[in-house]
Design a protein around this ligand. Structure first.
Ligand SMILES: C[S@@+](CC[C@H](N)C(=O)[O-])C[C@H]1O[C@@H](n2cnc3c(N)ncnc32)[C@H](O)[C@@H]1O
Length: 180
């Protein structure tokens, strides 16, 4: 991980401040209803967005991490587990059972934002992009280091459009796409 983690509320997040700002602002401006984070790590984003689930009526958070027990401390787990609209699934995102669980969850919400940030971003995009619905969003971290234009072409074939103003805002280089 090349990025120096940031700590907005004491729990590390493996994003730059600009990337976190773009994510938070995007959720707010686009009335995202459900944020799914593939790769939770220490739960910095999970904690912030769990707080949002408690404060904003129409907002839910789901995180998935195969190593959750290793990275997530007990305070983060307790906070998230005691919040009715937030959940961490301890599982491999590529297991078929996880895929089917997330497919069902995606189809019970409008305006889903799927954030791909685990160990194999191209595979995550290929696996999950077909599951999203019209009006949902997909974004991927580590653009141009772990995921490249070549991998993202697939999204255009599936009918996604790239949201350039968001992608380049604050120079954060975080590609975000919307399914038409
Ligand atoms: C870069 S970190 C995530 C950073 C986090 N999104 C943040 O912004 O702070 C990647 C995480 O993906 C998890 N991971 C890697 N492969 C996975 C898989 N196949 N399924 C689920 N989680 C996975 C790792 O355990 C690690 O916690």
């Amino acid at each position: 991980m090349e990025i120096t983690p940031i700590k907005p509320i004491g729990i590390e997040i493996a994003q730059k401040w600009e990337q976190l700002r773009a994510i938070l602002e995007f959720i707010d401006e686009n009335d995202v209803e459900l944020f799914i984070e593939l790769g939770v790590w220490k739960g910095g984003i999970a904690s912030l967005l769990t707080a949002r689930t408690l404060l904003v009526p129409n907002f839910w958070y789901i995180g998935v991490d195969v190593n959750g027990m290793l990275y997530l401390n007990e305070h983060v787990m307790t906070f998230i587990n005691s919040s009715p609209k937030a959940n961490i699934i301890l599982a491999n995102v590529f297991d078929m059972e996880t895929q089917m669980d997330l497919y069902r969850i995606i189809h019970t919400h409008n305006k889903v934002f799927l954030f791909c940030d685990n160990g194999d971003k191209p595979k995550e995009i290929r696996t999950y992009a077909p599951y999203l619905k019209s009006g949902d969003f997909i974004a991927v971290h580590d653009y141009n280091t772990e995921i490249f234009d070549e991998d993202l072409k697939y999204l255009f074939d599936l009918g996604y459009i790239e949201l350039y103003p968001i992608m380049y805002r604050f120079g954060c280089n975080l590609p975000i796409f919307k399914k038409k």
